[in-house]
Design a binder for this molecule. Structure first.
Ligand SMILES: [Zn+2]
Length: 426
């Protein structure tokens, strides 16, 4: 295996690969902070360079483990293979921006096995945990992590426990849980509970799950999740003919996916597989946009928001995003934009009705964010017309159809006659 250690991107400390939780210098146990997420996995790049080149990669089947030298699982027997990764990068052809000459691509992550990008980070984190000898898997989620984890637990034949909340980073606002996600998680055979208490209490509960039951609470191996997210960046580079796009727009809650993508692009550049890096942009809901505030106000470390406005994107509604994502935005010369419910709905409808792609509202935020950035003058014409922009559509629209059914008009009832149908179509 080429993974060597965990590294803190804030203070520079190194930890062994078996380290659990956050950086012990930067984060305070039980306290929510941007500094709870500062760790990444480091690799022996010189050794990988001797072993791997582009020609070797393209000979392999698509999916997560195509990149196994760049993932932290040593024994192939522990690489859970559910079919994650290998998703399409679709060039938009009919949305108004495409007709105006902009090169926009969507990475359609909803076609992963459980319907969201989470199959990548959870697939890797769960494989690492099982290789390290745990007996079960647990997580805290608004749904997509839970579905991904329950699916890999089923495939690996280990028990799973999901603490299900109405929004991923909120426990105290009393939001209802997403019924479709609850049903999906249950179908995979996981145990599901909807706990009360603040996030600090729930994380303390999670630590007990680890110590009392020898299970892995999947958030305690967060660095391994970002490692799974890297594979999205690898695929994008390959799909664009071994180059990075000008910019990547990522719907952002904790920021783990954005940081993982950034790490992936950086790794491919260090290996000589691409020659330049993209700018990374976070897209967040208005009223839940800690990174937007941090970026606009040039905060040293993103501050925690006291209250989150209810919105159509619970998977990306958090009090604070991770420092790692903030650092990726800064290092890449990117930025952060906030989008409204109506921005996300317009993007959702356009992706579906012009392009045939049905994405969850929190995913459609990617296109809404590109539109917002173009309107704010954050993207140059060279970027949008020549090299191109990628949006990450993180999950499938079927993940949250019930909530959306309220914003579309009810079905029209007609008599089953030709006259009635002709009048309806007129
Ligand atoms: Zn640190």
């Amino acid at each position: 295996m080429y993974a060597t250690n965990l590294h803190c991107f804030c203070c520079g400390a190194n930890f062994p690969l078996t380290h659990r939780g956050s950086c012990t210098n930067c984060a305070t146990v039980g306290e929510e902070s941007a500094l709870s997420e500062t760790l990444g996995v480091q690799y022996d790049l010189a050794a990988i360079k001797r072993q791997l080149d582009r020609e070797e990669l393209v000979r392999r089947p698509v999916g997560l483990w195509r990149y196994h030298e760049l993932l932290p699982v040593a024994d192939p027997a522990f690489r859970i293979e559910l079919g994650a990764g290998g998703t399409q990068l679709v060039p938009l052809a009919r949305v108004p921006e495409a007709l105006a000459g902009n090169r926009l691509f969507m990475k359609v992550e909803g076609s992963n096995p459980s319907g969201s990008f989470k199959d990548r980070p959870i697939g890797v984190a769960a494989s690492v945990a099982l290789e390290q000898g745990v007996h079960g898997l647990a997580c805290l989620t608004s749904g997509n992590i839970g579905s991904a984890m329950a699916a890999v637990a089923a495939k690996a034949g280990v028990p799973a426990l999901v603490l299900l909340l109405g929004a991923a980073g909120l426990s105290e606002q009393g939001l209802p849980v997403n019924v479709e996600k609850y049903v999906q998680i249950s179908a995979y055979g996981a145990k599901v509970v909807t706990p009360t208490g603040n996030l600090g209490q729930l994380y303390a509960l999670a630590d007990r799950i680890e110590t009392e039951m020898s299970w892995s609470f999947i958030h305690n191996v967060q660095a391994y999740q970002t490692d799974g997210d890297k594979t999205t960046a690898f695929e994008i580079c390959e799909q664009l003919g071994w180059q990075a796009p000008s910019a990547v727009f990522v719907p952002t809650g904790t920021g783990t996916n954005l940081f993982g993508l950034w790490q992936g692009f950086v790794l491919f550049k260090e290996l000589g597989f691409i020659d330049r890096l993209p700018r990374m942009f976070a897209v967040q809901p208005v009223g839940a946009a800690s990174l937007v505030a941090a970026w606009e106000e040039q905060q040293a470390i993103p501050r925690i928001l006291e209250y989150i406005e209810p919105n159509l994107a619970p998977p990306i509604s958090h009090h604070v995003s991770g420092y790692h994502a903030y650092k990726a935005i800064q290092e890449s010369g990117g930025g952060a934009v906030a989008v409204t419910d109506s921005d996300m709905l317009a993007a959702l409808k356009d992706l579906a009705s012009y392009e045939g792609i049905y994405a969850e509202a929190a995913s459609a935020a990617a296109l809404a964010g590109i539109r917002r950035a173009m309107a704010q003058g954050l993207l140059m014409q060279e970027e949008t017309h020549r090299t191109g922009i990628v949006g990450i559509l993180t999950s499938h629209g079927l993940k949250n159809s019930l909530a959306l059914s309220k914003v579309f008009p009810p079905q029209t009832k007609i008599e089953g006659t030709w006259e009635a149908l002709r009048n309806f179509l007129a």
